[in-house]
Design a protein. Structure first.
Length: 348
């Protein structure tokens, strides 16, 4: 299982020492999420991490259009590229978290693509026409790699056509991994590119607990899994409950049995986005429908390190090679060390 790498993503500012700890334990990349009302500013955090490290790549996972003018975002990343000596990575998605959490709608793919490509061109020192206006930065220190946050079929295909990489938010099952790899490769080949030119980073929600599948025993992780269950429906195309099973199979390559699909369909009709953070309302709904334990096992690879390694090995066998691990609970430094041990066990 050579060529398997990992990195970390955190919504909170962890400090320079934590970034150095990640680098020392073999991480390839550190990322910061973006949700302005609840997360620390990612670009400011990455600038601090840049000063503390020499090898780590530094990414947003992920920012969104509409939070900044494209020239503002390009300027910020050009500055980060200068501060990090070329290690910045612009991760950007349509805003399924950062915009929705502000009460805004995610961007449609066409305007998203126009925005993202304009930012990349500006970072590379090229002038662009955006919104009927000519935009340019006076100085550039070189291109910044562009990663798309993508899960749905067309977004993955666009990432294969245009992006330098893709960050997959939901990659909890080998069938999903195989489907993602195939769709990104199809997009790359349609654009005359090699699939190897597009890095694929799969989000791995690894949580280390004494008991196998013990993530939901950690307070707060139940709220996270309630959001993920709803997002699974979103990336399935927001289908009607009676077509959810077929839509998931077609769009994600993931098969649910009829009973679970029916209960999940009822869950999304009663889910309340206004209670997505800091509330147990949606968690209690999961529990009432008998989906809480199912979702915990599905969305988390949790338990002792050897149990987590088994789950990761299944994803590697399906074609995953790079994993982005959210730092979700407990001792942050210990989580880095345990994750490094898992990936060391997977390598020859």
């Amino acid at each position: 299982m050579s060529g398997v790498g990992f990195g970390f993503v955190s919504p909170v500012f962890e400090g320079a020492e934590w970034a150095r700890h990640c680098e020392e334990h073999g991480a390839e990349l550190v990322a910061c999420g973006e949700a302005p009302a609840v997360f620390a500013d990612p670009i400011a955090s990455l600038a601090v991490y840049a000063s503390a490290t020499s090898r780590l790549r530094l990414a947003t996972s992920v920012t969104a259009p509409g939070l900044r003018h494209p020239a503002v975002l390009a300027n910020a990343f050009s500055t980060l590229q200068m501060l990090s000596a070329g290690r910045a990575v612009l991760g950007i998605g349509t805003g399924d978290l950062s915009l929705v959490q502000l009460g805004e709608r995610p961007w449609r793919l066409e305007p998203f693509l126009e925005y993202a490509l304009a930012v990349r061109e500006l970072c590379a020192g090229n002038a662009v026409s955006y919104g009927g206006k000519r935009l340019a930065l006076d100085s550039s220190v070189g291109p910044v790699p562009l990663f798309f946050g993508a899960d749905a079929p067309r977004a993955l295909e666009l990432a294969g056509r245009h992006a330098d990489g893709v960050i997959v938010g939901q990659a909890f099952h080998p069938d999903i991994v195989r489907t993602v790899v195939q769709r990104v490769a199809s997009g790359a080949e349609a654009a005359g590119r090699s699939p190897d030119d597009v890095e694929i980073w799969f989000t791995l929600r690894a949580v280390f607990t004494p008991e196998p599948d013990g993530a939901l025993s950690v307070d707060g992780l139940d709220e996270y899994v309630a959001r993920q269950a709803y997002f699974l429906w979103r990336v399935a195309g927001s289908p009607q409950p009676d077509t959810l099973r077929q839509s998931l199979l077609e769009r994600k390559g993931f098969a649910l049995d009829d009973d679970v699909a029916g209960r999940l369909g009822r869950y999304v009709t009663e889910y309340d986005p206004a209670h997505a953070f800091g509330s147990k309302r949606n968690v209690e709904l999961l529990q009432r429908l008998g989906l809480k334990e199912w979702a915990g096992r599905l969305f988390y690879a949790s338990g002792p390190p050897e149990h987590v390694a088994t789950r990761v090995g299944e994803l590697v066998d399906a074609g995953a090679r790079r994993f982005l691990v959210p730092v979700m609970a407990g001792d942050r430094r210990q989580a880095v060390e345990q994750t490094a041990d898992v990936f060391a066990a997977l390598r020859p």
